[in-house]
Design a protein around this ligand. Structure first.
Ligand SMILES: *Cc1c(COP(=O)(O)O)cnc(C)c1O
Length: 340
């Protein structure tokens, strides 16, 4: 079997290597221009642009994989396009049509087909939408103008060198985002979570912070949080306070089909600690990490090992099931892959 595409090594530094082309489309006074593929380059922006002052900016993250026979496919494009539109609505930004978003992405991927790395690498797509109206007086009104850009970045295997289990610090006071706005994939949510992540890195050498305001277990800065044990998966139900992950949804579908009882309900830090003390596993889900095992928690200064501190077997099993569909080695029973 032959695989074409650039080597994974070249794509090692996630986020800093970009594909040759990007897609650009502009909204001016309510009308969107047709998305255009252009060379990846700086975007001209007025210093009064709404996004720079009032954070009218959101994004997506999805991946393009090269299947075993060399064909290229996008994973769950529709779900990502819809989520971008929901984020845009929450930010009162001009909302591109679903057709426009899909067209921009598909046309770009066609152009970049040769730049999709071979397995286990992929081409990470970063659609972004931001308010461009040049008006610093618009603090209390939406940007009428916007830019929709799709940036592409070849990435290697996130777990090259072996999947290391993560250390999470539990934050039981601060919120990552507001209860109404957590479901928007907005840069502002990241900015507000950052100082808590920095302090957990400094104080505990934690990889991530698990936000549990008032004891309610939510998610980390960029990933959803799941509890697993033999035959059962527990996670928070979807509400407006946190990000509705496409990976979370995919894992839930797969877990149900593999016979797990999937429970979506709120749970507390005490329940979480009880779960991991009784040989349960914990994992983070997201497009970049897929399903990453948690090996250790830090709670109020106390270090709590989960299992042996390594990635648990159930986490591993579910991760492998999802990766097989993403890479194209397993049948696409759910219509998640779009061949381009
Ligand atoms: C993007 C993101 C996720 C993961 O979503 P996926 O669709 O699975 O990539 C989880 N939490 C936050 C805060 C995010 O921004």
């Amino acid at each position: 079997m032959t695989q074409s595409g650039p080597s994974v090594e070249k794509a090692a530094a996630f986020g800093k290597v970009f594909a040759s082309h990007m897609s650009l489309s502009w909204c001016t006074k309510g009308a969107w221009s047709a998305p255009e593929v252009t060379v990846t380059a700086p975007i001209p922006l007025h210093p009064a642009a709404h996004a720079l002052h009032y954070a009218s900016s959101c994004f997506e993250g999805l991946k393009v994989y090269r299947g075993p026979s060399g064909q290229v496919h996008i994973f769950r494009l529709q779900q990502h396009a819809e989520r971008l539109r929901r984020s845009a609505q929450l930010l009162c930004l001009p909302v591109p049509s679903a057709a426009n978003v899909s067209e921009a992405i598909v046309n770009l991927v066609r152009q970049l087909r040769d730049q999709v790395p071979e397995n286990p690498g992929s081409l990470y797509l970063r659609p972004m939408l931001f308010g461009t109206e040049a008006n610093i007086g618009a603090a209390a009104s939406p940007s009428q103008d916007a830019c929709f850009c799709v940036l592409a970045s070849p990435v290697g295997d996130y777990f090259s060198g072996g999947a290391r289990a993560l250390r999470l610090a539990i934050e039981d006071r601060a919120m990552r985002a507001t209860p109404e706005f957590g479901m928007a994939k907005a840069g502002a949510n990241y900015a507000s979570a950052l100082k808590h992540i920095e302090s957990a890195k400094r104080n505990y050498a934690a990889d991530q912070v698990l936000f549990c305001p008032g004891g309610d277990v939510q998610e980390t800065g960029a990933s959803n949080f799941l509890l697993l044990r033999e035959g059962e998966l527990l996670t928070k139900p979807l509400d407006s306070g946190y990000l509705h992950g496409v990976t979370r949804d995919s894992i839930l579908v797969l877990a149900r089909d593999l016979g797990y009882r999937v429970v979506e309900r709120n749970f507390t830090v005490d329940e979480l600690l009880g779960w991991v003390r009784q040989e349960g596993e914990a994992a983070l889900s997201g497009t970049a990490a897929v399903l990453a095992g948690v090996g250790e928690l830090v709670y109020r200064g106390e270090h709590i090992m989960i299992g042996t501190g390594a990635v648990g077997p159930i986490t591993q099993r579910l991760r492998e099931a999802l990766v097989a569909i993403q890479l194209g080695t397993a049948e696409d029973c759910y219509g998640w892959r779009l061949d381009v």
